[in-house]
Ligand binder design. Structure first.
Ligand code: XBP
Ligand code: MG
Length: 241
């Protein structure tokens, strides 16, 4: 069961962040999120909530805030779809290999994301062409976004399997908390924004998916999978032992 943003795709720094800034600009607002500040803002999951909390901190009154955040987020989602179509959002190295390997082995694949349905399908089509996800749960389809376990619990329920038979693949502490809260084992593939997150509860931590001949660094292997830096089907299966 895969997270999307930061896990399967490198979408935040050069994707969502750019789209948020273009929306601010189009609305004549002075806000611009630089790469560093965006790393902090990401700790609030969900783009609309991220905007709303930011507006609150910048003195926008409660009456105006919710509507403005919703309008900005709608525009941001449209811009994000354009960026995806232009190929500005790429799969992380090794992600497509792993998905192909799992699909080829007949493993049921699912997505549990805090991102919105409006763009999630577009990015999966582009970055994982031909890969079929049996279930996709998006952020606007749950009442509580990560770190709440709802997205993963819902995906497990829709898949009709026991939580103990599922491995989640995540990139962040919020995602890890959501997955473990739903009773799943969890492998975390960190990126530059999440490498300093507290991942003590993760079963396996790597700094990339790794490719044969170009392994990633194994940061923690708490289930003794023996992973040598390439996250593959066998390693994920060992996490369920
Ligand atoms: C992803 C998010 C999302 C994206 C932006 O978190 O929190 O809000 O940053 O997408 P995760 P939207 O990877 O833990 O699912 O603007 O569609 O929310
Ligand atoms: Mg993520």
């Amino acid at each position: 069961m895969f997270d999307v943003d930061g896990t399967l795709v490198d979408s935040e720094r050069h994707g969502h962040r750019v789209a948020f800034n273009l929306a601010f600009e189009e609305f004549g607002l002075p806000y611009r999120w630089d790469e560093e500040e965006y790393g902090q803002l990401l700790r609030t999951t969900g783009g609309r909530r991220r905007i709303e909390q930011y507006l609150a901190r910048h003195g926008v009154g409660e009456a105006e805030r919710a509507d403005l955040a919703a309008e900005l987020h709608d525009r941001k989602t449209a811009v994000m779809k354009e960026l995806i179509a232009e190929g500005r959002v790429q799969a992380r190295p090794g992600a497509t290999r792993l998905l192909g390997e799992l699909a080829g082995a007949g493993v049921a694949l699912a997505v549990a994301t805090t991102g919105s349905r409006g763009w999630v399908g577009n990015v999966l089509e582009k970055c994982a062409p031909g890969v079929e996800f049996a279930v996709t749960v998006a952020g606007d389809e749950v009442s509580a976004r990560k770190p709440d376990p709802e997205a993963f619990s819902r995906a497990v329920e829709l898949l009709g399997v026991a939580p103990a038979s599922v491995v989640a693949v995540e990139d962040s502490a919020e995602g890890l908390e959501s997955a473990t809260g739903a009773g799943l084992r969890c492998a975390v593939v960190v990126n530059a924004y999440t490498a300093d997150h507290d991942l003590g509860a993760a079963d396996l931590v790597l700094d990339g998916f790794g490719e044969p001949g170009r392994p990633a660094t194994v940061v923690a292997d708490r289930r003794d999978t023996g992973c040598t830096g390439v996250l593959d089907h066998a390693t994920l299966a060992r996490l369920l032992r």
